[in-house]
Design a protein around this ligand. Structure first.
Ligand code: ZN
Length: 148
């Protein structure tokens, strides 16, 4: 395996071991649930959306290492971005995961660590689950206020 491959694997293992934003953020006003039946990955993405700004984001759920690491990286990448920046990133990551484009480390930063996933078709859904769920959360209507 190349050095780059090793580095990428390290990034994924690190995010799996210590997932970032693995919690429901305070004041979350959007959420969406995602499920990948092929692997059994489950995820709930929470957003604190202020106008167009993704002010805070978190996720909960369980799944394989790839799905968890991908969710962790996704939340780190879109936190503090605008809705349209988040959607643009979704497109780039989706193209990278499906092999339609190479992961450009300059554009994608650490997300490029997921580029190897496109060689493992069964894993593509694991890696893209968090992103699809993010998009659903961005498009969802504001949740009714609950006392929970
Ligand atoms: Zn999985």
């Amino acid at each position: 395996m190349s050095d780059l491959g090793d580095l990428y694997q390290e990034v994924i293992l690190d995010h799996n071991k210590r997932p970032r934003n693995f919690q429901k953020p305070e004041g979350a006003n959007r959420k969406a649930e995602g499920f990948n039946p092929l692997c059994g990955d489950q995820i709930t993405v929470y957003l604190v959306l202020e106008g167009d700004l993704i002010k805070d984001i978190g996720f909960q759920g369980s799944g394989c290492a790839i799905s968890k690491a991908s969710a962790s990286m996704m939340t780190s990448a879109v936190k503090g971005k605008t809705k349209s920046e988040g959607e643009a990133l979704f497109d780039k990551v989706h193209k990278m995961l499906t092999g339609a484009a190479n992961g450009d480390p300059e554009e994608l930063g650490r997300l490029a660590a997921l580029s190897g996933v496109c060689n493992f078709p069964a894993r593509v859904k694991c890696a893209s689950l968090a992103w699809h769920t993010l998009r659903a959360a961005l498009e969802s209507k504001q949740n009714p206020v609950s006392t929970e």
